[in-house]
Structures are given as C-alpha cells and as structure tokens.
Design a protein around this ligand. Structure first.
Ligand code: ADP
Ligand code: ADP
Length: 236
C-alpha cells in the first residue's frame, strides 16, 4: 500500500514581493518500508518537502495523503497526534532539550503521547522500561542521567533517534541526520537508521551527501522545486 501520496504539490512563498515556488507540481508515492534519500543542492526545496511530508507545513496547491487520509482535511488535534505517533523526526542539530537529562528528554514523547491518547496511557514504570530498553539497544544506557552537552555529537544523535523511535512511529523523517557528525560517526548513525528500516519502518532522509544516499534503497533528486530523477538503488 502507498503510505505517502503526494500529487501535483506546489508550495509557494511570497516574501518582499518575490514569489518562489519552493516545490513546483511534485508528485511522488512512498510505500511502507522504503528507505528514501531526497537529494538536491541548497535551495532546491528539500526542507520544504520534508516539512510537508512531516505534516509541519501545508502545500499551497495539490494533495498530500498519509496512510490514505488527506492531510488537508485533518484538524489541529489530528495533526498533533500524527506528528507525535505516526512520525519520528531526527534533525541535523539533534534538537534535544539542554536543561533536561537524557532520561527526561526521552520521557517527553511518552508524556506527550499520554496527552493525546485516551485509550492507552503509559504508566511511569512502562515509560521506564521503554526508555531503558531503547537506550540499551542504541548503546547509550549508561548516559541516562547526563545532560545533552555532556555527550558527543554521535551520542546525542543516538538519543535523538531513540526519542524518535520511542512511540513506535511508522515513519522516520530525518533532515541531514549526519550533517553535524564526522564521517565515521555519521556512518554509525546511518547503520542505526538502516536497522530501523530493516525492522519495517519507512525512513526518509534529506541529505546532500552521496555517501549517505547510498545507504538508502531509493534516491530522489530535486532541483528548483521539481523532481529531476527518482531511482531505485541496489545496495550491496
Ligand atoms: P533546501 O532545503 O533544498 O535548501 P528549501 O526547501 O529550504 O530548500 O527552500 C526552497 C526555496 O524556497 C528556496 O528558494 C528558499 O529560499 C525558499 N524558501 C524556503 N522557505 C521560505 C520562506 N519561509 N519564505 C520564503 N522563501 C522560502
Ligand atoms: P521504583 O521507585 O519504581 O521502585 P526506582 O525509580 O527507584 O524504582 O528505580 C528503578 C530502576 O529504574 C532503577 O534500578 C534504575 O535502573 C532505573 N532508574 C534509575 N534512574 C531513573 C530515573 N531517573 N528515572 C527512571 N528510572 C530510573
């Protein structure tokens, strides 16, 4: 089944009398379990695309359907729920909360889930076991009482990936997830994302790095708000 369906999507910005079509009549479908790289030079529309795919922004024209449902028809509450439960976000600069410990950073998506979910709420002990399980799986368990600034970039990105995975979303959206890391650490983070994908989650990564795109099984190149090419990659 198509998990993401984008049809004739245009995003237009008007600023100081300038009109920019950041995306210009783009169509694309992503199936469950794909690992997709979105590539293109600076200003080509990659971030705009991710923001729309992540339901953080709306298109000017065209349609975006997530799991069969048109995003345009969702109200603020439904959108908030989708952003918490269906999509996990990973950013270049990790976006952890500096004043919170690693444990507290990881508690946040679960607390937020409890706010949005009437049927199932996580108890404190469920939260604790989920958090420690994921910290263990990502090899950062011993750091749970530390603060983000006490960790290396690679460790912080592991925490950010843990945070994205905690509520078990179907889709992971990552914006230059290795952009702030050295090559070796970046490769380790990419291997984690490949593992996440192998467990069945859809992973969509914006990058301008060819080596990062090579971890994916599909590569979409964007230029001036249009898709230039959309290729299946065969990984070794
Ligand atoms: P990329 O992520 O590939 O660098 P973006 O999606 O950020 O590209 O931007 C695509 C185009 O849209 C660029 O020309 C950029 O200047 C323009 N743009 C992006 N955001 C805005 C905004 N909020 N207001 C006006 N123009 C914008
Ligand atoms: P309880 O109060 O439920 O008996 P504790 O909170 O004292 O249990 O700790 C149980 C386990 O949780 C500890 O053995 C430890 O591994 C883990 N833990 C340690 N620190 C924290 C923390 N800040 N928040 C949640 N769990 C923690």
């Amino acid at each position: 089944m198509e998990q993401l369906e984008v049809k004739d999507l245009t995003k237009r910005y008007v600023a100081y009398g300038n009109v920019t079509n950041a995306l210009n009549s783009v169509s694309l479908n992503v199936k469950e379990g794909e690992m997709v790289a979105i590539m293109g030079p600076s200003g080509s529309g990659k971030t705009t695309m991710l923001n729309i795919l992540g339901c953080l922004d709306n298109p000017t024209l065209g349609e975006y359907k997530l799991q069969g449902k048109s995003v345009e028809t969702m109200n603020a509450k439904e959108l908030a729920k989708i952003r918490n439960q269906s999509i996990g976000f990973v950013f270049q600069q990790f976006a952890l909360i500096a004043e919170y410990s690693i444990y507290e950073n990881l508690e946040l998506p679960l607390l937020y889930w409890n706010l949005h979910n009437k049927k199932h709420k996580y108890s404190k002990s469920e939260m604790r076991s989920k958090i420690f399980n994921i910290l263990e799986a990502l090899g950062i368990k011993e750091h749970y009482t530390k603060y983000p600034s006490q960790l290396s970039g690679g460790q912080q990105q592991r925490v950010a990936i843990a945070r994205a995975l905690l509520v078990e979303p179907d889709i992971i959206i990552a914006d230059e997830p290795t952009g702030a890391l050295d090559q070796k650490t970046g490769a380790e983070v990419m291997k984690l994302l490949v593992d996440v994908n192998k467990k069945g989650k859809t992973v969509i990564i914006v990058t301008h790095d060819e080596k990062i795109a090579a971890y994916c099984n599909r590569r979409i190149d964007i230029m001036d708000g249009k898709i230039q090419s959309d290729k299946v990659l065969v990984n070794s």
